[in-house]
Design a protein around this ligand. Structure first.
Ligand code: SF4
Length: 226
């Protein structure tokens, strides 16, 4: 498989935020979100066998969380799915971060799927594969990355229409971060002010989780591989 990086850090953006996690970041993505902070994964990387990826994960941690991410990891489904099965068999809790555009039908049921639904100002609106909703369970998560009020209203209406809060463990509303952010480790880089988002969520009585990418508040936001 084509791998950009494997590293240990803190989980930044799901219900597991704050926990130590090994990240396996695969190379390549077929989408081009306007606020993407992972453009360095679009090309390059290096070939690794399943054995080599497994060995590196085990060397970084013998238990705990592993997240398969990208780029879009399901573009390499033929290798990524066997990798997930191996890691599950070794006792890891496996998270999969995916854009929502690829089918989830071959992803093992025990994998915690964190699935984006792209909003109007993402640049990739309409790419969500609605059939994926039927493959989500109460251990999985759905994430909306929001740049403005129109994105918020889309996420709110989609959440209500599909009764998402009953289907999955967490529905996450996350302010988009400027992709060229650097310097201060604070919310000034958010395209949508978290306080404003919090007030909209409370006003609409939505039972969703406001998600902040906490690694960008812990480390300098332009640093990759954290
Ligand atoms: S799907 Fe993810 S990796 Fe691909 S362009 Fe969008 S944010 Fe970037």
């Amino acid at each position: 498989m084509q791998v950009t990086e494997i590293y240990r850090s803190l989980q930044g953006e799901s219900s597991h935020a704050g926990l130590p996690c090994i990240f396996v970041r695969l190379t390549g993505c077929n989408l081009r979100c306007t606020w993407c902070d992972s453009e360095y994964t679009f090309s390059g990387g290096h070939r690794m066998s399943l054995d080599e990826v497994e060995a590196e994960v085990r060397q970084l941690a013998t238990s705990g969380l592993v997240e398969i991410t990208g780029g879009e990891p399901l573009l390499q489904e033929r290798e990524a799915v066997p990798l997930m099965k191996r890691l599950l068999a070794l006792g890891y809790t496996v998270l999969l971060e995916t854009s929502g555009e690829r089918t989830l039908e071959h992803v093992p049921a025990q994998v915690v799927k964190i699935v984006d639904v792209k909003c109007p100002h993402s640049g990739e609106f309409g790419t969500f594969r609605e059939q994926n909703l039927a493959m989500l369970t109460t251990q999985d998560e759905i994430k909306f990355v929001l740049a403005d009020r129109a994105d918020y209203e889309f996420g709110r209406d989609f959440t209500r229409r599909h009764e998402l809060t009953a289907r999955v463990r967490s529905v996450i509303f996350s302010p988009a971060f400027r992709k060229d952010a650097s310097g201060a480790r604070d919310s000034s880089h958010c395209l949508l002010d978290p306080q404003q988002l919090a007030e909209w969520i409370l006003a609409d009585r939505l039972n969703v989780r406001l998600g902040l990418q906490i690694h960008k508040f812990i480390w300098e936001p332009s640093i990759k591989g954290v």
